[in-house]
Design a protein around this ligand. Sequence first.
Ligand code: XMP
Length: 513
Amino acid sequence: MQPTHDTVLVVDFGAQYAQLIARRVREARVYSEIVSRTSPLSDLLARRPVGIIFSGGPASVHVDAAPSIDAAVYDAGLPILGICYGAQLLARDLGGTVERTGGGEYGRTVMTRTDAASLVLDPVAAEQIVWMSHGDAITAAPDGFVVTAGSPGAPIAALEDRARGLYGVQFHPEVAHTERGQDVLRAFLFDACGARPTWTHSSIIDDAVGEVRAQVGRERVICGLSGGVDSAVAAALVHKAVGDQLTCVFVDTGLLRLGEAEQVEDTFRRQFAVDLVHVKAADRFLGALAGVTEPEAKRKIIGETFIRVFEEVARDLSDAHFLVQGTLYPDIVESGGGDNATIKSHHNVGGLPEDMDFELVEPLRNLFKDEVRAVGEELGLPEDIVWRQPFPGPGLAVRIIGEITPERLEILRQADHIVVDEIHRAGLYRDIWQSFAVLPAVRTVGVMGDGRTYEYPVVIRAVTSEDAMTADWARLPHDLLERMASRIINEVPGINRVAYDITSKPPGTIEWE
Ligand code: XMP
């Protein structure tokens, strides 16, 4: 809990809706936490919220064991906003009617205001474009409520009882497709709840720095750096908190992208003056991988070698009791930890031996990814690190099909650099979830100049995604693909053909191994 900030709780009624709502609330600079609908009401109230939002969810209030909440919540004297399923639940619990009308609404919908004044809806616009996703509809409002809007499939698309501070909207104000959706949330937060917008990036940093100092005291701390955004921001925050009590460990596996190790050196050793142990372990990793072609065997070898290397360094820093981890808020919510006041913070990490039992420092555990990036920018980390696309732990090893050799790594590294460079030049880097090159284990015939060639192809992979669980192949412009292909063939010796992967996930995966 963040006692210094006004808190709005989002009660999770299922699916992914709750996280997006909490992010939008925080975008309005109000601190928000997700709580389970099964948490006892006393636990919710103990967090001293200034308001509560019920999320949407995939269920119907009519099914057996429909998700519900302790009805005493309505008597707690707190403003409540029900969204979609949350609005139906609120209406049903307070004596209104929710029916399976047979005419659900999905997607873009025109909502029309009634004559009744509304605290949360736009005071001027008679019509508003909203995003709907519902099968059931509220057909009668509970006593004391006024109906403030309707749509073709939702006779009651918005309702409120301002005296009791209760609000319901059938549409989803949290999604970008709802015009002025953020204004609905802001009106609820500021006008209904009277929340103060104190959750700013600098307050996030101040809070995290204070917590790290209180946890760590004068002890030594270790932080593994991967080159990715989470570990980089975690390290920068801990460094701001405890300065030279922090030692960062960067293991160069030899499986990294072009320039990655240099960038970590530049940023952490030179710019931030962090005590950095740079372990150059490429020979060790490549030695362990020699002759290995099976994807899972590669992963296992890399994982084990990584732990051994890290363990050796950690033993040299034997006076360190704390290990930094870049755990994010969604990891905690998804593991069910969002409900627990204390989350397990002392355990053996990532396969390190029992006698190296670190206490974890998790400075990002309250933050969403977009907040991590904003904090990284505020702390002065370079854009290339803050906005870096995800990169798998085993690195380029799972993008080289077949055996990993220094020569094939060099080919892939050069081709990958061109793909990413061209995506940057086209201004698409932040819109694309991941873009990279893959090196298959086949050779094909080509012709260059007067001669026949027999060399490797490179496959370009670029996908859009929200969370890597599903992904679509990116519709890159043809001229961009052409530029990538011609640069790869002209600049990277050993490549004579370029292909573009147009497989979505499922059925494909994002990586090739
Ligand atoms: P797939 O290929 O399963 O990848 O669609 C989903 C996401 O996970 C990343 N990925 C990994 N990350 N270790 C990691 O840390 C791994 O072994 C690994 N394999 C895949 C991948 O880059 C994508 O973002």
